[in-house]
Design a protein around this ligand. Structure first.
Ligand SMILES: [Zn+2]
Length: 353
């Protein structure tokens, strides 16, 4: 437990030698003022935010969690400013400090959200993708609480350490943002067909919004021969619908479990023009169709899953040529982003009858 002058614990030691510390602290002494209240708010907010995607067993709600993390950071920063070092009226430094502290709080919030997402993915991988909502919620809560406590301790430390922490986090986030923009996403949009004339629609139930967790030329995979593939997060058992009409030419749903070398399940649909639609990671025995069966656009193909080389419950969709190389495709029901779903973008299917 942190040493807290004047707290009931210190006063209650009551062996006669305990001294009551003076309550007044210099307003500008950022290091000494207890931050119990903002720390409690911070930990509670992080715990809540860590639980949101976990309870949903899906990263669809991750942007909401990101917003909560950022709010938690800003809340902490404002509370910190309010409890320690009250800005003097007409002091130019106080405005600068308000902006700096709010920015630092938001940055820390985003950093905390990334940490919880990594913790969640690690748990999914460790438990073979079958971690239930309660254990994921617990992991999110523990990660949030530990992180909140750690950050609270650091912020309450000396100025040099705080500046090093904030500077390091800012540099790291900036570098990640630059790398993300430069190294990922569609390389050349002129290679993609016109979305208004596209024969493809998003491969799930109409009206449902889903998060694209990996787009074309992405971070984890979808490079080289897989460059034009898409990953859409969806809870295990969600309906996977045909993006385009065709004839089912392969169904392989005998496998279970996931990991780096785990065999994959998939359904392949022949579009009749030398292109094939592939739907992967579907649930064991989860196919609703059989080879040779014609399917209409929007028809239910399979139940989604988390099988094969998969980190989280999602559908991997790709269109390939006869050699199995992925081809650039657009979706007629994606009115934004030139019809090309982007990583961390949310898209609503219009794949109705
Ligand atoms: Zn994928």
């Amino acid at each position: 437990m942190a040493r807290r002058p004047g707290s009931p614990v210190a006063a209650g030691a009551a062996d006669g030698s305990t001294q009551q510390q003076p309550e007044t602290i210099a307003p500008d002494d950022q290091g000494a003022r207890p931050i119990l209240f903002p720390a409690v708010v911070w930990v509670a907010a992080l715990t809540l935010a860590g639980c949101v995607p976990a309870v949903a067993d899906d990263v669809v709600l991750a942007p909401w969690a990101a917003g909560l993390w950022a709010l938690a950071g800003i809340g902490l920063a404002v509370a910190r400013l309010a409890t320690g070092g009250r800005p003097r009226h007409g002091d130019a430094r106080s405005t600068r400090r308000l902006v700096a502290v709010a920015l630092a709080g938001a940055g820390l919030g985003l950093f905390a959200w990334l940490t919880s997402l990594v913790a969640w993915l690690t748990l999914q991988i460790t438990l073979g993708g079958r971690a239930g909502a309660p254990s994921l919620a617990l992991a999110g809560a523990v990660a949030g609480a530990v992180l909140g406590w750690g950050v609270g301790r650091l912020l309450n430390g000396q100025r040099v350490r705080r500046r090093l922490l904030l500077g390091g986090a800012t540099l790291l986030l900036s570098a990640l943002a630059v790398l993300f923009v430069v190294l990922t996403g569609p390389r050349d949009l002129s290679r993609y067909p016109d979305p208004a004339a596209s024969p493809y629609r998003l491969p799930w139930t109409p009206g449902v919004p889903r998060l694209c967790v990996q787009g074309n030329r992405a971070v984890v995979s979808h490079r080289a021969g897989e460059e034009f593939a898409y990953d859409f997060a969806m809870p295990v058992g969600s309906d996977v619908c045909a993006a385009r009409a065709g004839v089912v030419c392969r169904v392989d749903t005998g496998h279970d479990g996931n990991g780096p070398g785990a065999p994959n399940n998939g359904v392949l649909v022949d579009h009749g023009d030398g292109t094939f639609g592939g739907y992967y990671h579907v649930r064991q025995h989860g196919s609703y169709v059989r080879p040779g069966q014609p399917v209409r656009q929007g028809e239910r193909l399979a139940a989604s899953g988390n099988v094969g080389r998969s980190l989280l419950p999602h559908l991997h969709f790709e269109v390939t040529d006869e050699e199995g190389r992925t081809l650039p495709v657009t979706f007629a029901d994606v009115p934004t982003d030139a019809g090309v779903p982007r990583m961390f973008g949310r898209y609503t299917s219009g794949n109705g009858p």
